[in-house]
Design a protein around this ligand. Structure first.
Ligand SMILES: Nc1ncnc2c1ncn2[C@@H]1O[C@H](COP(=O)(O)OP(=O)(O)OP(=O)(O)O)[C@@H](O)[C@H]1O
Ligand SMILES: [Mg+2]
Length: 234
């Protein structure tokens, strides 16, 4: 079991306070990180992954404070993030993409990532030939193939049809059952909340909810943050 404890994490961009003393911990293997547009979700994932440098605070992963370490160091410690906007390398095939993300040549691990994301049929196709749904699955496969202990997934089903989203949710459910730890940022709550252990909601850089999915919709602060601002129903 991985240990992640975030304490008093802050991030300012100039005078803009995007993360404001954020504290939470992963109690179980899967956590949904939700909140209205601009709440700071991607910034929080970026801070955990070393993509942005926190202004203050601690991020304890196992027994190490990883706040401010580089993406490379953090990836080597076992935390890898997917991107909200997919940016594939168009002339590379699916298999070549996965080679980029595995150290050395590990065909077994690549095959497993392809199978987990239903990408086997696209293996030899270049990214510019892939439908959007397959590109989203490739983004996930690139994270899986690293063998990371903690996956940070930024809107893994964003922009997908209901059917395509179901496929990815099934993949996530299977990974979860295999013990894969993950933090999932999503707006499509109806599809994600049913299978996560915990929910953390951000609004304007602050945590307004931290608890089980069962208590989420009834929470007064959650209702207040969502009403009229985004589609909380997915
Ligand atoms: N590199 C940056 N420089 C300046 N401001 C930034 C930067 N990155 C994010 N922000 C600001 O931080 C705030 C939070 O952005 P963030 O992308 O973390 O929100 P989000 O919760 O992921 O939103 P969404 O649901 O729309 O993806 C926004 O006001 C955004 O404009
Ligand atoms: Mg975002």
């Amino acid at each position: 079991m991985t240990r992640l404890v975030v304490s008093e994490l802050a991030k300012h961009f100039g005078g803009n306070r995007v993360l404001d003393r954020v504290s939470f911990s992963m109690r179980h293997g899967s956590l949904a990180l939700v909140g209205p547009n601009g709440a700071g979700k991607t910034t929080l994932l970026n801070a955990l992954a070393g993509v942005v440098r926190p202004s203050a605070g601690r991020i304890e992963f196992d027994d190490l404070d990883i706040a401010g370490l580089s993406t490379w160091k953090i990836a080597r410690l076992g935390i890898v993030k997917t991107n909200q906007v997919v940016r594939p390398l168009h002339s590379l095939t699916v298999d070549e993409h996965l080679r980029v993300f595995t150290r050395g040549n590990d065909p077994v691990r690549r095959a497993r990532a392809l199978r987990a994301t239903n990408l086997e049929e696209f293996r030899e196709q270049t990214a510019d030939q892939l439908p959007f749904g397959a590109l989203k699955r490739l983004e996930l496969a690139e994270a899986i193939v690293t063998g990371a202990r903690l996956l940070l997934l930024d809107e893994p089903i964003g922009g997908l049809s209901r059917l395509e989203a179901e496929g990815i949710v099934e993949t996530l459910r299977t990974l979860r059952a295999q013990g894969q730890a993950m933090i999932i940022v999503e707006h499509r709550l109806r599809e994600i909340l049913p299978f996560v252990d915990d929910v953390v909601a951000l609004d304007r850089g602050r945590i307004i909810y931290d608890g089980p999915p069962s208590g989420f919709y009834a929470d007064a602060a959650v209702r207040d943050a969502y009403i009229g601002r985004t589609d909380a129903g997915g």
